[in-house]
Write a protein of this length. Structure first.
Length: 202
C-alpha cells in the first residue's frame, strides 16, 4: 500500500486550503498537478482517472495525490470536499510495507536520548495515500481544522502563511495517528500491527 514519508525537519509549504462543491454538469478539471494535493471528501462521491487508474472517493475518504499526477474526471456525481495544495522537498512516496516502516520509526525514536535534539532525526510522518475515516471525533476535528484554515485573500500575510502551515502540519500529525490506528483491513496483518502498537504506546 502506497504511503508518504514526510520529514518535518523541513517546513511543509501550503499554497492554499479550500473547499469545493461540484454539482453536475460541472466536472472536476482535467490537469497535471505540479505539487502534492490532498482531498478530504465530506459528502457525495468523486471518481477520477489518476495516471490511468480509477480512484473513487466517498465521504470520510482522504487521498493524497503525488507530484505530477494526471487527474481526469470520470462520471458526473455531486461531491463536496476540502483540498490542500502543498509541497516540500522532504516528501517522498514509498511502496514498501507500511507497518514495518512504522515499527522501524518507533524503534529508532525510542533509541534516541529523550533529552537531546537527536530525537528529531526520526521526526518523520508516515501517512497512507488513501485513508478512510469513520470515527466521528476524527471527522469533526478534521472538518473544523480545514474550515478554520480557509482564509480570504485579504487576510494574506507572512504570519497567516505560517499559521496555515502549522494548521496543516497538525492535520498531518492527526492523519498519521489515524493510519496507525487502522493500518490495514486485512486480518493477516493484525499480529504485526499489535506489536507496532505496543512499541508506539510504550
Amino acid at each position: 500500500m502506497n504511503f508518504f514519508r514526510i520529514d518535518l525537519k523541513e517546513n511543509v509549504k501550503v499554497a492554499v486550503i479550500g473547499k469545493e462543491h461540484l454539482v453536475p454538469p460541472t466536472l472536476h478539471c482535467q490537469r497535471k498537478i505540479k505539487c502534492y494535493v490532498l482531498y478530504f471528501v465530506t459528502s457525495g462521491s468523486l471518481t477520477l482517472n489518476v495516471n490511468d487508474e480509477s480512484v473513487t472517493l466517498l465521504p470520510g475518504d482522504i487521498y493524497i495525490f503525488n507530484r505530477y499526477d494526471v487527474q481526469i474526471p470520470s462520471g458526473e456525481n455531486e461531491c463536496e470536499y476540502y483540498f490542500v495544495h502543498f509541497d516540500s522537498d522532504s516528501i517522498e512516496m514509498n511502496k514498501q510495507d507500511y507497518i514495518e516502516n512504522v515499527r522501524k520509526k518507533n524503534i529508532e525514536f525510542l533509541k534516541a536520548n529523550p533529552y537531546s535534539l537527536e530525537r528529531y532525526d526520526n521526526f518523520k510522518l508516515l501517512i497512507r495515500q488513501h485513508i478512510h475515516i469513520e470515527d466521528k471525533n476524527n471527522i469533526d476535528y478534521l472538518v473544523e481544522k480545514f474550515r478554520s484554515s480557509i482564509l480570504p485573500k485579504e487576510y494574506s500575510s507572512i504570519r497567516k502563511s505560517f499559521e496555515l502551515c502549522a494548521n496543516f502540519t497538525a492535520i498531518l500529525i492527526r492523519l498519521e495517528k489515524i493510519c496507525e490506528s487502522n493500518p490495514y483491513d486485512k486480518k493477516r496483518e493484525r499480529h504485526t500491527y499489535n506489536n507496532v502498537r505496543k512499541i508506539a504506546d510504550y
